[in-house]
Design a protein around this ligand. Sequence first.
Ligand code: ASP
Length: 449
Amino acid sequence: MKLHMQILIALGLGIKRNGHIFFGLIAGVIIGILMHTQHAGTPEGSMAYNMLYSTLNFIGQAFIRLIQMIIIPLIFSAIVIGISSIGDNKQLASFGKKMIFYYTLISLSAVIIGGVLALAVKPGVGVQSFISEQAAISSQATVEAAIQEQKDHLANIFLNVIPANPIEAFSTGDMIPIVVFVMIFAIALSKVGEINRPVVSFFESIFAATMKVTDGIMYLAAPGIFALTATAISSFGISIFSSITKYFFVILVGFAIQLFIVYPVIMKIFSKVPVRLFFASIAEAMMVGFGTASSSATLPLIIACCEKRGVSHKVCSFVLPLGATLNFDATALFQVVAVLFLTQAYGIHLEPLMYVVIAGLAIVASSTCAGIPGGGIITIALVLNGMGLTTSQMVEGFAFLFAVDRIVDMFRTMLNVTSDAVVATVIADNENELNYDMLTSEESYKDII
Ligand code: ASP
């Protein structure tokens, strides 16, 4: 059977198993469209629709906050346990090397696909006046601040990964410095011998507790995803969607190639894991990634899916938190398309070398983004700088991307989460850390949500 058919069947099975979440997603889309037509959540909306919007917004935000609440203890404990259980330097180096190799491969394919599609289809040609019309809907101030922030960010990008004050990084939820600190701490801990036992046991307890909290929160997944999807669709300009179909088309085709061709081919070449089983094993996390548009919020669930279906705790707790913080391949694909879209819209000619620069910057910009809704659109300013757009074109273009971003964000987060799991599963296979009995057993598929 063709690979993409196998994947579709696997996803279908995953959806059937988690019908309530899928139902939440579909119902969210329908109610969202209805609320959009009734201008819910805007001054023109009726009181009833505005109340519906506020209620759904409350439920959705409560769901996301509940998950965010456990992300820092989860990342901290997972990395400490992961690194200390790997123990010997050789295995740690081997995990690290493989992780860099697979994440780089996936990111490179993403930017190449995005670039080739955007150059072939030219989605930006002729849409300049449409952008100016629509851009006014977003607040200029937010956009200008984001651009400025990214300029400052670029100067300090490498310095900022070292947290001068880890507590400050924890309190602001700044993920990359947090991960750097925790990794250094965990490596040191793994080198101090038996004396590390109390601390490691402490984090083992924390990890187990965060997983329990995740189980509890996942009972709210269906209403949470319903509410998030409905409010996202409602605030999204559906009319805009039809006017820039080429832009969405290019991004969605790029995502489809990455999802249905690149990931499966990587799995086939580098592991023995049946692609169908892999997709069935992470279907819940893919749906939650789509609904929440946040890789960080999906981290607890992707860890739970991978671990319950055979990827060892060692691999999950090392590879997945790092992936959720640093690997945003679909975001990189989107950023390349979005930047080329704007340069085409404003008729800017780019030298061939600039395409390579855009691809490289997109990989850097995407990996510095936060795994939250809209994280990738903020760091796009890093790629847009220096592309020859005037400040006002940049502000206008950026504001436009902002306004139409949410749906794209949902798709790209689903892919970002999937690629993290691809890398964890392939590494687990390569390192004899994958329990195939668990991957195939019916039992493993009961009870995540
Ligand atoms: N929302 C995405 C994620 O969490 C990041 C982005 O905006 O691209 O993976």
